[in-house]
Every structure is written in C-alpha cells, then in structure tokens.
Design a protein around this ligand. Structure first.
Ligand code: ADP
Length: 991
C-alpha cells in the first residue's frame, strides 16, 4: 500500500519521538509540513497573524471564532473567514517548536491541499462512474436505481423492513400526500437469535418474513396491496431497484447460500411462504439513500446525503447518462459513492499522520477505507488516543504519571472526544474523562487534550467538507449550472447536536465550492422513514410510468405498423402514377419533366430563383470544371404581396431579379434560368407548370390553375425585362436531388424534411401513366405530404394529431406531413404536454397559460430537449420562455414526449422512403439496390436523433437496399441552376 510509505520506520512513534526537543528531528509530520508546497495566504486581503503557541479553535453557534493567547490575554477574532483561513493555514506559520504544535500541525490540512483533494475526489467519482475504469476505482459510485426524490405527493401505506445488527425492524408508514409533513408510523423491533446470523440463508429470510407477518397481524393491517422497502446494509450488486445480488456479508453476518443471489427474490419467496400475498418487495436500499429521501423541503429537493457516523458515506443524485454502469440514460439516479474507500490507492498518503497509520494498523482491515478512518466516529477516539500516547512519550502530556491505560485499544471513545470539545463544560469534562481513564491530568494537560480533540474533530469536519464540496461541484458542473442550491440530508453521531462540526462543514464547503449553496438538514430516521420514502417514490413513479405509457402508446408504432404504412405508400404511389387512378390518389406523383440527373459534364453560367417561403432568393451559378461558384441575394416577400394579387407578386419577383442583375452587373446577359418553386404544381413540361394550390401562407389571387412560368414571363414583359430565358421550373425536392446528383451520380432520390416534407425519385417512364412515352426515366415529385388525405392513414392518427390538424388552415389536408414535419411536431408535443398536465403527470397539473398558445412550442425545442444530457442550460431557457414551472422529473418526461414524437416522424418518413427504394429496386429488376438520397431540411439536419432513426428504420424496412444519405447544400438554389444546366446539356444548348 502506498499509504504506508510514510509510516515511521523505527517504532510506532519513532520519528515523533526523535524530533522531541529538536526542530531538526525527523518527525513524520514535521517532515510533511516542510515538504508542503509554499502556501498562499487564503485571503490575501486579510492580514495574517501568526498564531501563538497556544492556539485554540473555538466555535460558536453563530460564527467560527478563534481564540489565541496574546501576552497572557485572550483576544477573539470573530471573523468567520479569518478564523477558517487560520484553521486551514496553520502550517503557514513559522516552524513548530513544541510537540503539541507539531501534533496540531500534523492534524491541520492546508486549504490548497484540500482543493487538490477535492479535485482528486471528483476524478475518483468520474472513474467510478465510467464503465472502463469502474472496476479499479476507489469510489465505487454504486447505482441505487433510485431515480427521483420525493415531491410530497406520495400517498399510501408502505412497509419497511430493516435488517440491523442482530435485529429486524419493521415499520408501517402512512404518507398522506401532504408534502410528507406528517407521516404516521408504527414500528416493532425483533431480536434476532445469533445462530440465524450465521446459519442458513433461507432461515434468515424466513425469520424476517415471520417478523413481517407478526408485525402486520399486530398492526391489524388488511391492506390489499402493501409495497415493501428492504433496508439491507450489505455490499450488493444492484441492477434494478428490486434486484440486488449480495457481494459479501459483513457486520457479523455470514449466512450460507446467499452470496451471489438476489436478496429481493429471497425475501419475496420467504414472504410468499407466509402467505402474505399483498406484500411486494419493490425496493432494496442501503441506509444512506434513506437519509437523502427524508430531507426534501418544499421547492427544493434533497439530492445529497452525508452519513457522519461510525462509518462515513455519501450519496447524491447524478445525471443518469453519466452512470455508465447502469442502463438508465435519462433523468438522474442516486449514486452511493462508498467514499469511505477514498485514499485506498495512496492518494491521501501525504496527509496521513503517524496516528492515522497506527489506527489503520490496529484495525481489522489495514490499508483499506483510509478516508473513513480519518473521519468516521469509530476512529476519532482512536486517533486522539494515539496522539495522546505520542505526546506523553514526548513528555508533553501527563508528565510523571503512567499512561499505560492509553495503550488499550478503544479506551477513549469518540463520544468522549466530542464531549471534551464542548466548550461550556469542556475543561471539567476533560478532567473527568481523563481521570475516569485512570490518568492524572493537570490543568495544562486538560487544555492540551482539549486542543488535540478539537484538532481531530476539526480535521474530520474539514475532510467531510472537502468530500461534500467535491460532490456539490461535481453536481453543479455536470448540470451545467452557475449556482447549485441544494438540500443536504445529514445523519450520524458526529453531526447530530454538534454545532461546531456543522459550522466547520459549512464554512469550509463555502471556501472550497463557492458556487454551491447547500442547506444542511438533519435527517430523522433515514433508514426507516427514508426507506418508506424510497418505496413510496418507486410506487409513485411506477404508477406515473404506467399513465405516461398509456398516453404515449398510440404514438408508438410497431414494426408491423410501419410495414403497413410502407405498403400503403406503395399502393398510393401506384395509384398516383396510373393514368386512370391518378385523379383520386392522395400521393399525386407529379411528373417533373426532369429526365436526367447531372453527369458532371455540365458547364456554364445560370440564373436561379428560389421561392418557397417568406424569403425569395436570386442566384447566379457558375458551373465550371473545377466546381460550382455562386453568388446570391435574399429578398423579403412582404405578407401583403404574398396575399395580394398574382400580378403584384410576380412583379415583385421581377423587381428583385432586376435588382440582383444590376448588382451583379448581369443586366446585359441573357442566362438560362432555373426556377425552384416549392408549391404543388402540375407540371406539363420542364418549363410549364400549373399551380395546383398555394401553401405556406401564400394566397396571391389569380395564380391557381395558371402556368407559373408564364406568369413570370408576363411580369417580365410588364417590367420590360427582355433578357429572361426560363428553362426549367422545379420543386425544391428535385433541386435537392439534382444538387446532390452533381456530387454523387447515385443520387436519384430527393427528400425534404423541413417546414414541410416531400420526396422525389427517378421513376421508369413506362410506369408513368400520366406522361406519354416509355423510354428512360423521369423524376417524379411525389408530393407525399398529402399521403393519407384519402383516409388511408386514419388508423395511426392520434387524438393529438387530430387536434393539431383541426387548428391548421387546411384541416384534413397534408396528413402525412402533419405527422412528420417541422411545422407540426412542436404543436403535437404541446398538445401532449397539456394532456399530461391535465392528468397531473406534469407540472403538478398546472401548465403555464403560455403553453396554451398555438405554436408556442417550437420544433427546434425538440432538438434541444432531446440532446443527450438534456443540455440543461438551454432547457432552462426553454422552460423560462414558456413560463413553465417544471421539476427535473418534468423535464425528463418532456424529453420522453419529444423523443416519442420525433421518432414517430422519423419512422414514418422511413416507411415512405422504404416504399420508394423498394419500388426502384423492383423497377430495375435488382436483388440489391445501392442508392443515394439527397436530403435537405432543418429538421433532418439539426435534430439530434431524427436522421439516425430514419436510417435505422429504413434498413429494417428495406433490407435489400443500401441507402446513403447526402445532406444537400443549397439544393433549391444550386439545384435549380443544375436542372437548367442539365437541360442545356441534353438539348445541346450548353454555353
Ligand atoms: P423550409 O422547409 O421552409 O425550407 P427549413 O428546412 O429551414 O425550411 O425548415 C424549417 C423548419 O425546421 C421549421 O419549421 C422549424 O420548425 C424546423 N426547425 C428549425 N430549427 C430546428 C431545429 N434546431 N431542430 C429541428 N427543427 C428545426
């Protein structure tokens, strides 16, 4: 063990003795103080006073005070920070000259060393959580599968069984749903025969079950269902809240046939044998987590628990995705740090004193639990005892009287140490305690012993503060917060009733983790009441999960559902292509008259127009052998123009083109022009397209049924713009396919998932019944957003989809699109959130009035919320924007809702694409098709999971097709120019 390396070589206190009377002596701790790095003043603005040789630390309830002797008079520094700076900086003072000073100094850890230790502890936490380093980590960071803290709504009767040393405690706790303020409790403790602790495992569990049975019989309980929480304070490998294999027994237990088995199962079987069919073991836990569960206050959950008892431990709520050793990825999970083992890898070596080494050596597990042995109340008496022995050997204490009694292990108890430092009666208490041991202390001895006791307890409190700071900073950092306000439940002998311990704990924590504001709360009956809380929360979550699953079930599509959607899409495609059936098909399958994709030989300079939303773009595109160069300008289409007359709209467009040409010095050029016009059109030629209907807020009069290219040409005439040569009008989907096709000749499909959704692909002419000719291929603009408008998808529409549809400007239309695209997903989520709030599954049943506003929940929120790790800062911003008072659990549930909605969208999109690629494969008579989809749209490009889910589902639905996805860059601009370029190449009109 590295931690042993500082152990004195000659005799137990050899080095301390050697140093007696000589500053140059080789004391282990004076050595250490010399080795320590140069210390900086803790508070540089505070003048440091060298602490005299009889420095006392004196803590009061309201502040930390320091007394030091100065010319025989006591002076008091009342400033908190100053006192603490002294506490942690004592080593800054000149070299110690007396054994007492050296001992005190050895027990004092400088602030910067505490900072380093905090860093090490945070690192150890990460190692304990990581799948790769977990097995070697000193902090085991055990998942507890407790994923929520009480929110005060817990209600009902809960049974707790606690296996204690030689006892079984049974409790019946009734929670009233009143914020857990007044739980009613009944309990009974059963003594356990010793032979049971070391007998057959089955006998142990039978005994526990009998205790439960007897307790319930006495309690006259006739409840139909009684969930049970099992407090089992042994080392377990927990894999669910109600599944835990025993790793090893401790605390005097050694029952056979239990190690390696699921103890929940063993208890449940024993309970079943007692015919207690209403009792179900729902949770297993150790006692630390119970402490955390009892200390939530209104509005502030308790997310940390400290046990400052015989042993030492801490648990806290960690972001679940960081817990790589468990499968849970969303929300938070309580992690049992098992931090008592911190330092077992030698990382604490330089702060261990010879006294710690002696305590460790005399313990039943030398070299283990090094941190616990510095802070646990099982050890503080022992540490003190060893300091006293050393000082007596150096003749600094009890001179002239025998100290043989101190050699006896355990003779000085921690509770005596705690009593001795009680300042009111400390001196008298010290004298009494020492005399009771058979020592004969004089006043100076008593004062010195008191100093030592204080130093030992202060060090423990300081180390606790360091651990707590590491935990708090870890939480604050991993939650991406500027400040962490949190309740910390504390339990244990050292904390309860010892205000000086609490004061140091808080003050040092404040220094080490200034970004965190912990509120320490004493826990009452953590293992009993807390266990009931764990059980109650588990039951509440289970009921909530059940309700949530019910709400979301209609949105969760099975493989069979998707296969059916694929088949329906295929059917509608055939109908859309058929000469006779075309008119009634929901998927219109519009011919585009684009018969070729780029082959890379296209050259020239082209104009391109892109109209598909509130912005209108004009571009000039140079297609050269080296690649494509573009310049463009964006123009706004005012709403009045969008909704005015057709003439006004197209005049405005010509004005924009002329403005652009002037800016680009192109007024005298007549360039071929490609026009991306992203509204449903019936194309009757490459440069002839009849507008079928306006969408996206456009309603310019006199356009529907007209040839859009002609409308543009007429406007040019009105404006006397003679140099306009419109070669092709295309849809943005086709533009996307063409722009990707220029990069990858295998790109024969275009897909858009943005505000709306649509797809196009190269179909065999022989299958296109709506256009004459059988030769070659033609790009078909599917207009698949309207899939389902004939009712064929009604079975997958949920009540939420129907409400969203009803509130659109085109109810009953674009039904497929309304399940998939950016314009609607946020709205679907909003309606689900409202429904969940209505069922009190979210926001305590009170959504903000804002959430009732249509379109307030943007589709981009889905991307933010679904980002792994919940991107907490951004989520807080969204919740703030929506004025939602959401708990952490609420935001986890919101994430689940978003995920469900976006996954359904991606799956449906995949089902549509599967129909397309399978048709293309069959068209071409191939066993395998390898093809590329050019894809555009912000939802596809920016959503964190959409594209993965789409591709995964497509692989599943079309296993014979290898489909690559190529995100398009400026498909509608570049694509329009490329359609014009390909048209020029084919017609031989290339420039
Ligand atoms: P369009 O389809 O109109 O050409 P886009 O492809 O840019 O335009 O898509 C815009 C749509 O994308 C909007 O309806 C919006 O809801 C959605 N959107 C915007 N940002 C994001 C984002 N970060 N994640 C998912 N969707 C987004």
């Amino acid at each position: 063990m590295g931690s042993r390396s500082t152990r004195p070589q000659s005799g137990r206190y050899g080095s301390a003795q050697r140093s007696s009377g000589s500053e140059a002596g080789g004391s282990a701790y004076s050595d250490r103080s010399r080795r320590a790095a140069p210390r900086h003043a803790l508070l540089t603005s505070t003048p440091m006073t060298v602490v005299g040789h009889s420095c006392h630390l004196h803590y009061r309830r309201d502040s930390v005070r320091m007394l030091h002797r100065n010319d025989s008079r006591w002076s008091i520094e009342t400033e908190d920070r100053f006192a603490i700076s002294r506490l942690v900086n004592q080593q800054q003072d000149s070299s110690p000259s007396t054994p007492i000073q050296r001992a005190l100094r050895a027990l004092t850890i400088p602030l910067e060393r505490l900072h380093i230790m905090k860093g090490h502890m945070m690192q150890a936490m990460r190692r304990g959580l990581s799948r790769h380093t977990h097995s070697r980590a000193t902090l085991k960071m055990l998942p507890t599968y407790i994923c929520a803290t009480p929110d005060g709504t817990e209600k009902g009767d809960f049974l707790v069984v606690e296996l204690c040393q030689s006892q079984v405690r049974t409790l019946l706790v009734t929670l009233l749903g009143d914020g857990n303020l007044n739980p009613q409790m009944m309990y009974k403790t059963f003594d356990m025969p010793e032979d049971i602790m070391r007998g057959e495992g089955e006998a142990l569990f039978d005994f526990i079950a009998q205790c439960v049975s007897q307790f319930l019989a006495n309690a006259n309980s006739s409840l139909e269902y009684l969930p049970l929480g099992f407090v089992f304070p042994f080392s377990c490998r927990q894999t669910q809240l109600n599944k835990a294999e025993l790793i090893s027994w401790s605390k005097g237990f050694s029952c056979r046939d239990v190690v390696g088995k699921d103890v929940v199962q063993l208890l449940q079987s024993a309970i079943n044998k007692q015919e207690l069919s209403n009792v179900e073991v729902v949770a297993l836990m150790n006692d630390t987590v119970g402490t955390m569960m009892t200390c939530s206050t209104e509005g502030r959950p308790c997310e940390v628990a400290l046990i400052a008892d015989k042993g030492s431990n801490c648990c806290f709520m960690v972001e679940a995705h960081l817990v790589e050793t468990a499968d849970e990825t969303s929300g938070r999970m309580c992690i049992n740090t098992e931090w008592g083992r911190f330092g077992d890898d030698g990382i604490l070596t330089d702060i261990l004193t010879p006294y710690d080494e002696c305590v460790d050596e005399e313990s039943s597990s030398p070299g283990e639990k090094r941190f616990e042995k510095m802070v646990g109340s099982l050890y503080l008496g022992e540490i003190t005892r060893h300091v006293l022995i050393a000082l007596a050997a150096e003749k600094a204490l009890f001179t002239g009287s025998s100290v043989a009694v101190l050699k006896e292990k355990g003779v000085l108890k921690t509770h005596q140490v705690l009593e001795i430092i009680n300042i009111e009666e400390g001196m008298a208490m010290t004298k009494r305690a020492l005399e009771a041991l058979g020592l004969q202390p004089n006043e100076r001895d008593c004062s010195r012993v008191q100093q030592i006791c204080r130093a030992v307890v202060s060090r423990a409190a300081t180390l606790y503060a360091t651990g707590l700071s590491a935990v708090l900073s870890f939480m604050c950092r991993t939650r991406d917060m500027d400040q962490l306000l949190v309740n910390v439940g504390v339990d244990g002998e050292l904390y309860q009733g010892h205000t000086r311990f609490e004061e140091i704990l808080l003050s040092v924590t404040k220094l080490l983790a200034p970004e965190c504001v912990p509120t320490l709360l004493p826990s009452t009956d953590g293992s009993g009441r807390g266990a009931a809380m764990v059980t109650a929360v588990a039951v509440r979550l289970e009921a909530q999960r059940h309700e949530v699953a019910k709400v979301l079930a209609p949105l969760r599509l099975t493989h069979d559902d998707l296969v059916q959607v694929q088949a329906l899409m295929r059917q509608e495609m055939e109908l859309g292509l058929g000469r006779e059936t075309h008119a009634n098909a929901s998927v219109r399958m519009l011919p585009t008259y684009v018969c070729h994709t780029p082959d890379g030989t296209e050259l020239g300079e082209f104009l391109a127009l892109d109209l598909g939303g509130t912005n209108f773009r004009v571009l000039v595109v140079q297609v050269t052998e080296q690649g494509i160069r573009m310049a463009s300008e964006i123009y706004v289409i005012p709403t009045a123009v969008m909704q005015g007359t057709g003439e006004e709209l197209f005049d405005h467009i010509i004005d924009c083109i002329m403005n652009f040409q002037q800016k680009q010095d192109l007024m005298t050029h007549t360039l071929p022009l490609g026009f991306t016009f992203s509204f449903p059109c019936q194309q009757v030629g490459l440069d002839k397209a009849l507008l079928l209907t306006w969408t996206k807020g456009f309603s310019a009069s006199g356009c529907v049924g007209q040839d859009v290219v002609q409308l543009l040409r007429e406007a040019a005439e009105r404006k006397h713009h003679v140099g306009l040569k419109v070669v092709a009008l295309v849809n943005d989907t086709v533009g996307t396919m063409m722009s990707c096709g220029y990069e990858d000749p295998k790109c024969e499909i275009g897909l858009i998932v943005g505000t709306g959704t649509n797809a196009c692909y190269m179909e065999e002419m022989r299958n296109v019944g709506t256009v004459e000719g059988d030769e070659g291929r033609m790009c078909i603009n599917m207009e698949w957003g309207a899939f389902g408008d004939n009712g064929c998808l009604d079975h997958i529409f949920t009540s939420f989809d129907k409400v969203v549809d009803d509130q659109t400007i085109n109810p009953g239309k674009q039904r497929f699109e309304k399940l998939i695209s950016g314009m609607y997903l946020g709205e679907i989520v909003r309606h689900i959130l409202l429904a969940m709030a209505d069922k009190e599954l979210l926001f305590h049943g009170n959504p903000s009035p804002k959430l009732y506003t249509k379109d307030i929940f943007k589709t981009k929120f889905l991307s933010t919320i679904e980002l792994n790790g919940l991107a907490p800062r951004q989520i807080r911003q969204i919740l703030q924007d929506l004025e939602l008072d959401a708990s952490f659990e609420d935001s986890v549930l919101m994430r689940e809702v978003c995920h469900t909605v976006s996954m359904r969208a991606a799956q449906l999109c995949a089902a549509g694409l599967a129909a397309v690629v399978e048709k293309m494969r069959e068209n071409r008579g191939l066993d395998k098709l390898s093809i590329t989809v050019g894809v555009d749209g912000t939802l596809y490009k920016l959503h964190p999971n959409f594209s993965h889910c789409l591709q995964r589902t497509l692989r599943d639905l079309a296993p014979n097709c290898t489909v690559s996805f190529m995100p398009s860059e400026d498909g509608s601009g570049k694509g329009a120019a490329l359609v014009a370029a390909v048209a020029c190449r084919i017609s031989g009109l290339g420039q």
